[in-house]
Each structure stands twice: as structure tokens, then as C-alpha cells.
Design a protein around this ligand. Structure first.
Ligand code: NAG
Ligand code: NAG
Length: 379
């Protein structure tokens, strides 16, 4: 008979045997005990609905601007989008009142951006004589639904754009701000106006957007869309539905059997709007189902929406709890979208333009002459 102590020891030995890698050497899908075990761009996660124990899974999107180039129009790239990016689990109350609402994400906006998220869905409200981010109902923010003053998040975005001079960030605002020029004042006061993409340069009849290279050169690196139509003429903030089509959000958007537009949007197949956004999140985010959803049903929905949009792949993929998956998750899906958009292959990494240096590194690798960490390079 085993004593409890020896059973524990036995379990330890079994665990040791299972963990064949550590110290940043673990590759995608390998067992791990902490993220320090996993290689670059991976973290250690327990997707218990898919597998028992923790494994190294992806946490970053491949950057198509770096992997391929910036020569194409903006609407020929795909961008990972967080739904309710600010509704972050664990965010302390800023009103002194405990929050009663639903959560959609679990890391900071800065972390989201660092992991390759390039579009943020934010709900903006008038609250305490300022603009606040709230997860509320009926267009009104309460102490118990408030997250934080929007200036805090805008400053995070400004810091990211300033330290990443070739990144482009898109904000999609569910806009309940009624204060006179409230949003313009917010963008002015947080230094974001200098990155502003002017609404006058946005294509209105389904033409291509400017090339990414030119947007970067002109510092037109912040695109802002509002749900409030009046602000396009009063404040120069683009009315989302003049430029974008979207599928139904919530549970109605998660079926691979049908993809149809939400009520505010023109039909998905209407080519007078050159940007396509696919919503892929449940009406009620639970935090436990996302791992399975990101691992299994996502590619089918993207294909259904591609067909519904008149053979156009999504430019934006909007999700909750974006890091949860059994391996590739929304990162692999975004890499697929970029691959299809850029070179017609199902992974953007297959679109890389091969240079002489790449060819040489490949050759050295084959000959076993390339030292370096395992599992970090994908070519
Ligand atoms: C924002 O800044 C611009 C340029 O400095 C200025 O013209 C505009 O009036 C400002 N808007 C508001 C609402 O403060
Ligand atoms: C696209 O939308 C425009 C604006 O509502 C409309 O006039 C046009 O008929 C639509 N085109 C198609 C093909 O549905």
C-alpha cells in the first residue's frame, strides 16, 4: 500500500516524466507548468475542455506588415479585434462601488496591443462630466457598470502608437457620448489627433483604401469609427456603417451554416463598403467556452462569412477572451485571413518574400549549423 506521501512522490515523478521540456524550450502543444517553459510567442494554458493539464499555446498574431510588406491597400490585411477590449476581468473598481457586469477580456489593452491585437471595440459614455468606458445598458453608465475614464485607455493607445511607428490601430466605438465635442476633446487631450486618419480620405464607394506604406508615412495610423452618424459631419469621426459591413454579433454570429449582416450594416455582400468585420463571440461571455470555440468552429464561420461577403475575407475578426485556445486559436485564424488576403494561401507565413538571407539560413538550418532556441522560428 502507498502512503499519501509516497503517492505524492509518485505523482511528482510522473509529472517530471511528462514535462520533457522547460526553460523556454517547449514548443506549441508541449506540456508545460508555467509560461517560462514555453518558447517565444507562446504561453502555458490549461484548455481543460480540450485536454487535461497545461500546454504551450499561441498568444501572438504574426505581423503581416513585417512578414510580408506594407505595399497593399489597408483593406487587403486582416486585424485581430478584441470585443469590449476594456471590459477586463480583475480591473479594480474606479468608482468605489463593486462592479456588476460581464467581462470579455483578461489582460490589459497594452498587452492586447503587444500581442498583435490591432482593433479595439470600446463602449464610450458620458459619466461624471467625462468620457468613460462602461459595460452598461440603455446608453447610461452607472457606478456599478463603469470601468475607467477613457483617457486612461487612450493614453495606453498613444504610448503604443508612439513606440511602434509602423503599427496601425483601429477603434470601433459604440458611442453614447452626448457631450459637445466630447470625443474630439478626448482625442486632443490624449495626443491621439496626430495619428488621425482623416474621414475625407476614406473610400466611400467600395474603392481600395490607401496603401499601408503611405498611411504609415503620413502618420495616418489611427482609424476611428463611431456608431453615432451625426459625428461624421460635426466632428469628422467616420460613421462606421458608411465604410464597413458586419455579420450578426452574439450567438447569432457563431454558426458556420449561415452568416448574415447585423441590422445596422448593409448586406455583407454589398461592395460599396470595402471593410468586412466578422463578430465571433457569444451573447453572454462565460470565459470557459471560448477555448473550444476558438479551437474548433472558427474557421468554418470565417469561410461562411467569406462566401456571404461576396468572396471577401474578413479584415477584422472580433472575439472575447482572445488568448484562449488549444493551440493556434484566433492567432492561427488571423494568420489564415492574412494569408488568403495577401497571397491566396492559408497562412500568412507562406506569403513571405524569400530573401537571399532566408535561403542561406534555411540551408544552414538543414545542415544543422544554426544554433538557437527550438520552436521559436517558423519559416
Ligand atoms: C482639437 O485640436 C484641434 C487642433 O489643435 C483644434 O482645431 C480643435 O478645435 C480641437 N477640438 C476640441 C474640441 O478641442
Ligand atoms: C448596396 O447599398 C447601397 C446603399 O444602400 C444600395 O443603393 C445598393 O443597391 C446596394 N447594392 C447591392 C448590390 O445590394
Amino acid at each position: 500500500m502507498h502512503s499519501p506521501g509516497s503517492t505524492f512522490l509518485l505523482l511528482c515523478v510522473m509529472f517530471q516524466a511528462a514535462a520533457a521540456c522547460s526553460g523556454g524550450q517547449c514548443e506549441l502543444g508541449d506540456r508545460c507548468s508555467s509560461s517560462a517553459d514555453c518558447g517565444n510567442e507562446l504561453y502555458c494554458y490549461n484548455c481543460w475542455v480540450e485536454f487535461a493539464g497545461k500546454r504551450c499555446v499561441r498568444e501572438t498574431v504574426s505581423d503581416p506588415f513585417k512578414i510580408v510588406d506594407t505595399s497593399l491597400p489597408f483593406n487587403k490585411y486582416a486585424f485581430l479585434t478584441t470585443h469590449n477590449s476594456f471590459s477586463i476581468h480583475g480591473e479594480p473598481s474606479h468608482t468605489g462601488v463593486p462592479r456588476i457586469t460581464l467581462y470579455n477580456q483578461e489582460d490589459s489593452v497594452t498587452d492586447q496591443l503587444n500581442n498583435g491585437v490591432r482593433a479595439l471595440m470600446l463602449d464610450v459614455y458620458d459619466f461624471r462630466d467625462e468620457v468613460w468606458l462602461c459595460h452598461s445598458k440603455g446608453g447610461k453608465c452607472f457606478d456599478f457598470t463603469a470601468f475607467e475614464p477613457a483617457v486612461d485607455t487612450m493614453r495606453e493607445i498613444e504610448a503604443f502608437l508612439s513606440s511602434h511607428p509602423s503599427a496601425i490601430v483601429t477603434l470601433i466605438l459604440e458611442d453614447y457620448v452626448g457631450a459637445d465635442h466630447g470625443l474630439s476633446k478626448l482625442f486632443n487631450s490624449t495626443g491621439l489627433t496626430k495619428y488621425w486618419f482623416p474621414v475625407s480620405s476614406m473610400p466611400r464607394r467600395g474603392q481600395d483604401w490607401p496603401r499601408v506604406r503611405d498611411m504609415i508615412e503620413r502618420n495616418h495610423r489611427l482609424l476611428v469609427f463611431t456608431s453615432d452618424e451625426s459625428k461624421e459631419s460635426t466632428e469628422g469621426i467616420a460613421y462606421q456603417w458608411n465604410f464597413m459591413v458586419e455579420n450578426q454579433y452574439g450567438d447569432g454570429g457563431m454558426s458556420s451554416r449561415s452568416c448574415h449582416s447585423r441590422s445596422e450594416s448593409l448586406a455583407l455582400g454589398n461592395r460599396t463598403r470595402s471593410l468586412v468585420l466578422v463578430n465571433y463571440f457569444h451573447t453572454v461571455p462565460l470565459g470557459v467556452t471560448e477555448c473550444a470555440e476558438h479551437s474548433l468552429g472558427l474557421a468554418g464561420v470565417l469561410r461562411a462569412c467569406h462566401a456571404a461577403a461576396g468572396n471577401r475575407w474578413a479584415n477584422f475578426l472580433a472575439v472575447d477572451y482572445y488568448k484562449r485556445s488549444d493551440g493556434g486559436g484566433v492567432f492561427e485564424a488571423t494568420d489564415m485571413l492574412n494569408g488568403m488576403l495577401i497571397c491566396g494561401r492559408d497562412d500568412v507565413r507562406a506569403c513571405r518574400r524569400r530573401t537571399l538571407k532566408d535561403a542561406l539560413q534555411g540551408l544552414l538550418g538543414k545542415l544543422g549549423l544554426m544554433p538557437g532556441r527550438r520552436g521559436t522560428r517558423r519559416t
